[in-house]
Write a protein that binds this ligand. Structure first.
Ligand code: SAM
Length: 308
């Protein structure tokens, strides 16, 4: 706890006024994400949550419909985390940039497999992420993973981070676009195109299908009829954390492809998993839910984006 307070004091000291204001929302969205990963039963996430020693954000006392929201969000976050890791493994990427990875143990797990992972996050999330890595990472993970603090719209910052990796990169970007204003999103994709042109490789994301993907995830658990409500309730939950509107536009495939083209990028869609995954959350699901989730894992929610 002492170490945590020291880290937080240090973070606050080095941040400018503007960064500190932004930090409020980002730190909380990172913490909520960790809450869902821990609730999915991912042991590393549970350790991270215990280490940071703060009460979880949402619970049955402060959120109506908490149980259904928790199960849906935990499943969605575990699917995202495992699908990205499987893609990296199947395509044998040795270099990964995990953008706005939040407080997810994904980088640590990939680093433990001998891959170099440069996480791009905001200053305070980097400090907490580093601390979690030091506490729970293997020697290999500690050697292979590092946190680089930069804004996604910061061209030089993102390129410097990419340049610390040698060879083709797999860039993972999940669950971030909803927080970005149009100009920031456009600049981020300009930066990503530059990195892909220089280094080769690809970017994977489900952000252009997140609305349908999340709604289908909710439907797999609680039926088609309840799914739109669960999407709207989740959106409202994140708007509360963020303190602003969530940007869930650019969900039309043609419009998204046009957007990418204007930034010198193209995309192909691939299934989340090429074979049924083993999920930690499975033990919490009924046989009917498990079957529906297995079907979901075969759907093309992942976009593989490359430079034109
Ligand atoms: C909910 S988390 C992202 C989830 C995660 N990437 C995933 O795989 O689901 C949102 C994260 O985006 C980061 N973030 C938001 N805006 C950012 C920006 N402009 N530049 C860098 N990071 C940003 C926050 O620090 C936060 O950790």
């Amino acid at each position: 706890m002492k170490k945590f307070l020291a880290v937080m004091m240090f973070a606050l000291m080095i941040m400018t006024q503007a960064r500190a204001a932004e930090f409020e929302m980002v730190e909380y969205s990172a913490q909520v994400k960790l809450q869902w990963l821990a609730a999915a039963g991912i042991p590393e996430a549970q350790k991270f949550l215990k280490l940071i020693d703060r009460p979880v954000f949402f619970n049955a006392d402060n959120l109506q419909d908490f149980e259904r929201l928790e199960l849906t969000n935990s499943l969605y976050q575990e699917l995202n985390m495992q699908a990205a890791m499987e893609f990296v493994r199947e395509n044998n990427y040795k270099n990964v940039m995990d953008l706005a990875c939040s407080l997810s143990p994904r980088a640590m797990i990939l680093g433990d497999e001998g891959r170099k992972v440069a996480v791009g996050e905001l200053q305070t999330v980097c400090l907490i992420g580093d601390w979690c890595l030091e506490e729970f990472g293997s020697k290999k993970a500690i050697k292979n993973v590092w946190y680089d603090a930069y804004w996604l719209q910061d061209r030089a910052g993102m390129m410097a981070s990419a340049d610390s990796l040698k060879g083709e990169v797999c860039i993972i970007e999940q669950g971030v676009m909803i927080y970005l204003a149009d100009d920031v999103r456009a600049q981020m994709y300009e930066n990503l195109r530059d990195v892909l042109k220089k280094h080769g490789g690809c970017l994977i994301t489900s952000d252009f299908t997140q609305k349908k993907y999340f709604t289908d995830t909710a439907a797999a658990l609680f039926g088609e009829q309840n799914a739109p409500t669960l999407y709207n309730e989740t959106k409202a939950m994140y708007e509360k954390v963020f303190g602003d509107k969530i940007a869930d536009d650019l969900q039309d495939e043609q419009e998204a492809l046009e957007f990418l083209k204007t930034h010198g990028l193209t995309a192909r869609k691939v299934p989340l998993f090429s074979k049924p995954p083993t999920l930690h959350i499975s033990s919490k699901l009924t046989p009917a839910q498990l079957q529906a989730v297995n079907e979901l894992t075969r759907k093309d929610y992942l976009w593989v984006i490359t430079a034109l």
